[in-house]
Design a protein around this ligand. Structure first.
Ligand code: SF4
Ligand code: SF4
Length: 474
């Protein structure tokens, strides 16, 4: 008995060699690539004067002192809600754009798309356009092929190195770290991070390319929940294009649709798909097939838009001979308005929190082991760990005081006047004692609410936190 071989679960990858194309969407993608890569590579080199005590790098993730500097804004660890809020805004922004315009993030601004575009661009410069690259791929190895491959991978490695290098510059003073990297004095973590990012950049942007979008990225699966029949996305007007055929050669060409089956839309596609097969998970809506098809339509004297941005509802209307819904009606819908409103609420909330936050701050943690101590004179004492934060660029004297607690008194360990010098842009932990006189109501009561104040003696700024005082109870 003969047994047939088990079927393969995975199809071998067919390499994609996108052809060069010109047009509106291609130009827009070049601009977006230049702006996004420019921001990424250059931002760590922007200087921002914050005074002598603070770093002068405009954008810095200072892990050692646990600070995030963004131009004039400094985020402390206890203010992580700003980062959380920004992430929520980024998520809502993505929902908004996806529900209105489909996968615009994937097609234009996703780092995977941008770097893949850059790697394809350099590949085209080195190995030639689509036909030359297909020939090179299929031909046997010879000196020219080896030379072109070595050149390509060297350039890709340099791009990867620049990408990894730019990343580590966000975590330390860029000029200092650059000098340390060159002289071999940088921390091993910096070299390791750069090596990992160099490899992942070349692998994901240069080698795996569309495979990352199709198989590794969860976003194409999630986004379908944000799109509906009114979302603008890229499609092929089959009712106009079919039956397809090569007009000049085909008999009965007058019965054919507008698609001349030139496959220009397929040849430029970085995902290697045919948009004429309908909407597909692989499509990142980059718009390059629109440029390619518009170019062809211009050449054969047909109107543009055989492949275009439109919504499913428009397709149905067009097939019935009705005018499609205006673009603004697709963008301005209850769903997109809801996302915009939520996005604005979170944004305004963050702005409000940013403008009302104080330059001094404290947190109070009562010491609960023991909850109170009875002193020799019968008074009752509670201890507290108070963390004082000075967000100014210079040291400030902070006075700690108490309010709203009758005869209670406050002392700060190691001081005579409950005043502490807190260094610039730092926090300082102080041990604070609150004492209730013997026989007082607060000494005998179970619990008394108190408010601890900190006052910046340089400018009288104040901040407070509420806590409570534990008496002996009944
Ligand atoms: S089908 Fe068109 S829009 Fe979709 S990925 Fe390919 S070229 Fe881009
Ligand atoms: S580019 Fe346009 S005309 Fe050419 S095959 Fe694609 S849809 Fe048809």
């Amino acid at each position: 008995m003969t047994t047939s071989p088990a079927p393969k679960l995975y199809k071998s990858r067919e390499p994609v060699f996108p052809k060069r194309v010109n047009g509106f969407f291609r130009r827009m993608k070049w601009w977006i690539m230049a702006v996004t890569l420019g921001i990424y590579y250059l931002t760590p080199w922007i200087r921002w004067d914050r005074g002598p005590e603070l770093p002068d790098q405009a954008v810095l993730l200072d892990m050692a002192s646990r600070r995030f500097f963004f131009f004039w804004i400094e985020i402390w660890p206890h203010e992580f809600y700003f980062i959380a809020g920004l992430l929520v805004m980024a998520g809502l922004g993505l929902f908004l754009f996806t529900s209105a315009l489909g996968r615009v993030w994937c097609g234009y601004a996703c780092p995977q798309t941008v770097w893949t575009d850059l790697f394809i661009l350099t590949e085209r410069w080195i190995e030639g356009d689509r036909n030359a690259r297909v020939r090179l791929w299929n031909q046997k190895w010879n000196a020219r092929k080896v030379r072109l491959r070595i050149t390509k991978y060297t350039v890709w490695a340099l791009i990867g190195l620049a990408t990894g290098g730019a990343w580590v510059f966000y975590f330390a003073d860029a000029p200092t770290l650059a000098a340390d990297l060159v002289t071999g004095q940088a921390h091993p973590v910096a070299y390791t991070t750069m090596a990992i990012l160099t490899f992942t950049t070349v692998f994901m942007g240069g080698i795996a390319r569309e495979q990352v979008c199709i198989y590794a990225c969860p976003w194409p699966r999630i986004q379908s929940a944000m799109m509906d029949e009114n979302t603008l996305t890229i499609g092929y007007r089959a009712h106009r294009g079919e039956p397809r055929g090569k007009h000049r050669k085909a008999a009965g060409a007058e019965a054919l649709g507008d698609c001349i089956d030139c496959r220009a839309c397929v040849n430029v596609c970085p995902m290697g798909i045919d948009i004429r097969d309908g909407q597909q998970l692989e499509c990142i809506t980059c718009g390059l097939c629109i440029d390619a098809c518009d170019d062809m339509m211009a050449k054969v004297g047909k109107p543009r838009g055989l492949v275009d941005y439109f919504a499913l509802t428009d397709e149905v209307k067009e097939q019935r001979g009705e005018a499609p819904t205006p673009i603004w009606r697709h963008v301005v819908r209850p769903r997109t308005l809801l996302y915009t409103a939520l996005w604005s609420i979170v944004g305004l909330g963050l702005l409000f929190a940013l403008f009302i936050r104080s330059d001094i701050d404290l947190t109070v943690a009562p010491v609960r082991n023991p909850t109170f101590v009875t002193m020799a004179d019968g008074s009752v004492r509670n201890a507290y760990e108070v963390r004082l934060r000075n967000k100014h660029g210079e040291a400030r004297p902070f006075a700690v005081s108490l309010s709203g607690a009758g005869p209670l008194s406050l002392e700060v360990e190691g001081t005579d006047d409950a005043t502490i010098e807190v260094p610039a842009d730092s926090s300082q932990l102080a041990r604070v004692y609150i004492t209730a006189p013997a026989g007082s109501e607060q000494a005998t009561r179970d619990r008394t609410d108190v408010r601890i104040w900190v006052t910046d003696l340089a400018n009288d700024d104040r901040a407070h936190e509420d806590t409570y005082f534990n008496g002996k109870g009944n």
